[in-house]
Write a protein that binds this ligand. Structure first.
Ligand SMILES: Cc1cc2nc3c(=O)[nH]c(=O)nc-3n(C[C@H](O)[C@H](O)[C@H](O)COP(=O)(O)OP(=O)(O)OC[C@H]3O[C@@H](n4cnc5c(N)ncnc54)[C@H](O)[C@@H]3O)c2cc1C
Length: 372
């Protein structure tokens, strides 16, 4: 026999975007978040811009977030258009400083906020069927939980599955990939005296990002295109370290960090920009990376997850409140189209500022402003 559940909103994915939708709707409606039974790869990305404070205030999360005592991010240094360092100090930012998040703790915290406000969470091993039943005006989703099949009926369905866009793909909407950016990263042990700033450093085949992490650690990440020979270095921590050592600007960072085997963590992941052809449809919408994923140069991924999560919950709240739904998903769609257009304009302008390696395919692709 199949178990059946009925909810107002079914959210698939429990990252920052899914939890934001859940925590904003759960006080008013029955919300269920479906997550993976097996833990997936740990989320990467730790830099949260200062403007996120406004969103957290709007959502009543501010004091709780401050209590988490994430490390302030006050100073960033970039060697971008020239070899000279450009300093960016948060003192000039009206919103104050940003944060170097303890990403695992942040994701746990936001999930806990959704739970505290009444959202239900269910771990599943598989998501089998997703069907819309027009005669009942609702979704019917079949999942597997501990070997049992559970059918969930929901008025609204939210895709918060990150870069996989799992639900949207099942509905026939595949994300359009804009480039081949990938990231090879390693985490080492920081010495006591290390500086607390983050640093961006452009090189001939891509760019580097380095930042302090909690527990006296430092992240060193190399971004390049997955199809270029430089990506081989990004796959292997020894080659990655060797490549970093050849860059004079990273000398100080490397001198302050131990990347010996016992301290080292290493990974490789996609970091490309991508967007769905549409962000919402009849009784469904996508949030966060499932809707659009950004080049990490922007440091906007988590912010966008909070922003689109809040926008989606406001929209669904209004739709559920009306006895006669309007289904004007265009409002949500249009808001996200605007975000995507702003993002792509900014991204083109950042990459156009870098003119030092006119023969490099990595930079040529971006100077031409499109997928090559
Ligand atoms: C290399 C790199 C560096 C980055 N650095 C930064 C940074 O410094 N600052 C920043 O703001 N952003 C950064 N980002 C982006 C940021 O990490 C993402 O934008 C953010 O995690 C998106 O949140 P999300 O909730 O949309 O998706 P995710 O955090 O990816 O969460 C998706 C969730 O859905 C779950 N899921 C997936 N499929 C299913 C399924 N079928 N069923 C159930 N659950 C499912 C996953 O397990 C996961 O829990 C970086 C990204 C990359 C790749």
């Amino acid at each position: 026999m199949q178990d059946q559940l009925h909810v107002d909103v079914l959210v698939v994915g429990a990252g920052p975007a899914g939890c934001t939708v859940a925590l904003n709707l759960a006080p008013f409606y029955k919300v269920l978040v479906v997550t993976h039974q097996k833990p997936t790869a740990k989320a990467v990305g730790e830099s949260l811009p200062a403007a996120a404070s406004r969103l957290m205030q709007d959502m009543g999360l501010w004091s709780s977030f401050l209590n988490e005592e994430h490390q302030p991010h006050r100073l960033s240094k970039s060697h971008w258009g020239s070899s000279e360092a450009h300093l960016n100090d948060s003192i000039r930012n009206l919103d104050g400083h940003g944060w170097h998040l303890d990403r695992h703790r942040f994701d746990e915290w936001i999930l806990q906020q959704a739970r505290l406000r009444g959202a239900g969470f269910l771990k599943c091993s598989a998501l089998n069927d997703i069907n819309f039943q027009p005669y009942r005006e609702m979704w019917s989703v079949e999942i597997e939980v501990d070997g049992r099949r559970v059918q969930i009926n929901a008025n609204w369905l939210v895709d918060a599955t990150g870069r996989k866009s799992f639900v949207a793909k099942r509905l026939g909407y595949s994300p359009k990939t804009m480039d081949k950016l990938a990231c090879g990263w390693m985490i080492g042990k920081l010495s006591e005296s290390a500086e607390q700033e983050s640093e961006i450093y452009a090189e001939s085949e891509g760019w580097w990002y380095t930042s302090v992490l909690p527990n006296q650690q430092r992240l060193l990440a190399f971004y390049t295109d997955a199809d270029l020979t430089s990506a081989k270095d990004a796959h292997c921590h020894i080659a990655l370290l060797k490549r970093a050592q050849q860059l004079s600007g990273l000398k100080q960072t490397l001198g302050q960090t131990s990347f010996t085997k016992s301290d080292l963590k290493h990974g490789f992941c996609a970091a490309n920009s991508a967007t769905l052809p549409q962000y919402a449809g009849h009784r469904w919408l996508a949030v966060g990376d499932a809707a659009m994923s950004f080049d990490p140069l922007s440091s906007q991924g988590i912010f966008n997850s909070l922003y689109t999560g809040l926008a989606a919950s406001t929209f669904v709240f209004e739709e559920l409140k009306r006895n006669q739904p309007r289904y004007q998903v265009n409002e949500y769609n249009n808001a996200l189209v605007e975000i995507w257009n702003t993002y792509t304009n900014n991204q083109s302008s950042w990459y156009r500022d870098q003119k030092r390696w006119p023969q490099s395919l990595f930079w040529l692709r971006r100077q031409k402003g499109g997928v090559l």
